[in-house]
Write a protein that binds this ligand. Structure first.
Ligand SMILES: O=C(O)C(=O)C[C@H](O)[C@H](O)COP(=O)(O)O
Length: 209
């Protein structure tokens, strides 16, 4: 089943940004998040286990697995072949635009300024990640962008927490938010999957204020 980026963003109001330090954690972590109602999982290439984790997590029933931290063109086809069904990058370059098109992997590119929003839109991207969301201006920035550029939809990521997520989700131009708070490193290291499921349940219950 092929999903568009907008369908993926609307499946989950919160997308966990995941870094896997131990490949054995991939499957139980994905199961714990899905059990808590969080199905869309962004597995970053920040660690060397990213592709292996994508391959393993893609087999977990209910999980919709994407790749994060795409910064080099060659990573697109590798992630797609590992099973990723969407990709997220912290920024957009012409080489990444070409790689997204040739790989067929739906890309959620990172932007931080109105000019970057416009350049991304010129390249055919209307769903964008505001990154880093809070340092870039957060809610005020998203509201300001909505005035001149109302036809783009954001997944703000960077500095968002369980406490602030609903304020972002209340904005007209926000479909979902991303964050690493769903996957605390200490809980993963301890194999405390119940705690991850509890955090996921709280996050999946979030909509707007
Ligand atoms: O690794 C990537 O691809 C990124 O673009 C960065 C992450 O999305 C943010 O660093 C998550 O932000 P926090 O929730 O504040 O930890």
């Amino acid at each position: 089943m092929t999903m568009t980026l907008l369908e993926i963003m609307r499946t989950s109001s919160v997308i966990p940004v995941i870094a896997i330090d131990d490949p054995d954690h991939a499957v139980p972590l994905a199961r714990a998040l899905v059990a808590g109602g969080i199905r869309v999982l962004e597995v970053t290439l920040r660690t060397k286990h990213g592709l292996e984790a994508i391959r393993a997590m893609s087999e977990v029933p209910g999980a919709i697995v994407g790749v994060g931290t795409l910064t080099r063109p060659e990573e697109f086809a590798q992630a797609r072949d590992a099973g990723a069904v969407f990709g997220v990058s912290p920024g957009l370059t012409s080489a990444l635009v070409a790689a997204a098109k040739s790989s067929g992997l739906p890309l959620l590119p990172g932007v931080m300024t109105p000019g970057e929003v416009m350049a991304a839109r010129e390249n055919g991207f209307q769903q964008l990640k505001l990154f880093p969301a809070v340092p870039a201006g957060g809610i005020g920035m998203l509201n300001a962008i909505y005035g001149p550029l109302p036809d783009v939809t954001f997944c703000p990521t960077g500095g968002i927490s369980q406490e602030t997520a609903s304020q972002f989700l209340a904005l007209k131009n926000v479909a979902c938010v991303g964050g690493s708070w769903l996957t605390p490193k200490d809980a993963i290291a301890a194999g405390n999957w119940d705690r991850i499921t509890e955090i996921a349940k709280a996050a999946s219950g979030l909509r707007s204020v």
